[in-house]
Design a protein around this ligand. Structure first.
Ligand SMILES: [Fe+2]
Ligand SMILES: [Fe+2]
Length: 155
């Protein structure tokens, strides 16, 4: 139950923080510190899912495999939205930030439900994943989510 709970709580925490940034924007301010906190948290969450959780549970069942492929595409969509926001923070021009945050929330609503119902419920039976210390995991600075990895062109 340990990591099923940890990951579910993390879903709620990220959503709450995104909503807080949106409320701040409503008042005319961009909370860049909170956004970078969301970004590092969400990227670490995705890193754990793609490098530890999914490979451990992807064991020959086609439905589970396809579900994970879809979840990884959604990670890529979230990743791209965070890039848009980061670019606007860098340029101090906030045109797409509010819409991008709203889109993140929209994706996360079904994404998280899907994970919690179909993936996280299998964590407990895999003791290696269940006892993994996510909190202490370090996000490598060059990590890019799987579905964007080979498309990245640095200019
Ligand atoms: Fe995910
Ligand atoms: Fe998740």
């Amino acid at each position: 139950m340990k990591n099923e709970q940890w990951l579910t709580d993390d879903h709620h925490a990220v959503n709450r923080k995104i909503q807080e940034v949106l409320d701040f924007i409503e008042n005319g301010y961009m909370d860049t510190d909170k956004f970078s906190d969301i970004e590092s948290g969400l990227k670490k969450h995705i890193f754990f899912e793609e490098t530890v959780l999914f490979p451990s549970l992807d064991k020959g069942d086609l439905r589970t495999h396809q579900l994970m492929e879809g979840l990884k595409m959604e990670h890529a969509a979230l990743w791209k939205l965070m890039e848009i926001i980061n670019k606007e923070i860098e340029e101090e021009k906030f045109i797409k930030t509010e819409k991008s945050l709203s889109e993140m929330l929209l994706i996360l609503k079904t994404h998280n439900e899907n994970e919690e119902r179909n993936i996280y419920n299998k964590i407990e039976e895999n003791s290696k994943v269940d006892t993994f210390n996510i909190e202490n995991m370090q996000l490598p600075s060059d990590f890019i989510c799987e579905k964007l990895r080979n498309r990245y062109i640095k200019k």
